[in-house]
Design a protein around this ligand. Structure first.
Ligand SMILES: [Cu+2]
Length: 189
């Protein structure tokens, strides 16, 4: 009798636990706020760039809020920033592929109608070589979708992004923003 009531209790608790986890998994798809983080690291001994970038999104239909702190840059220097397609850093930032571009568009400014989903424009360092920034983006997503940036790589370049206005083919592909000086994978936070 004692044993039986114990096992009934265990069974009941098990049912409640699986009901709770099923409902929380369901709500995670689009209504629970999400955050993601990138730890930016330098890839060559000559680069001293490091930083942290945060992404947050209230629900699947909300814009993504992006904020970050990056240091170790040349004073007053602009740097192209993009989410690149892959999260593969086996060869450093070089193996993260091209800009994340699920709709096969040409490169542009974040405010352009025609752009890559990964386009973040230029981030500008202050006189101390530090970038502090806050952006809002309506294209990227932290939820399961064609535009999800999770598992991809945020890349900071050594030069200024011409935002697709450079008048040549590479401008339309990557903005001619130069070497990849720091990068990190966009992960759940
Ligand atoms: Cu890039």
């Amino acid at each position: 009798m004692m044993m039986m009531s114990k096992s009934s209790i265990v069974f009941a608790v098990g049912l409640v636990a699986s009901a709770v986890s099923a409902s929380s998994m369901k709500s995670r798809t689009d209504t629970e706020p999400r955050t993601a983080i990138v730890v930016l690291d330098h890839i060559s001994p000559s680069s001293n760039v490091s930083g942290t970038v945060w992404f947050s999104q209230a629900c699947a239909d909300s814009p993504v809020q992006i904020s970050g702190h990056i240091e170790g840059l040349a004073p007053n220097s602009p740097h192209g920033a993009h989410v690149h397609q892959l999260g593969n850093l086996t060869a450093g930032c070089a193996s993260s592929g091209g800009h994340f571009n699920p709709f096969n568009q040409t490169h542009g400014a974040p405010s352009d109608e025609v752009r890559h989903v990964g386009d973040m424009g230029n981030l500008v360092a202050d006189e101390g070589g530090v970038i502090e920034f806050e952006l809002e983006d309506v294209w990227m997503s932290l939820y399961e979708s064609d535009t999800s940036i999770l598992g991809r790589t945020l890349v900071l370049h050594g030069g200024q992004d011409d935002l697709g206005k450079g008048g040549n083919q590479t401008s339309l592909e990557n903005g001619n923003s130069g070497d990849r000086i720091a990068c990190g994978i966009v992960g759940f936070a």
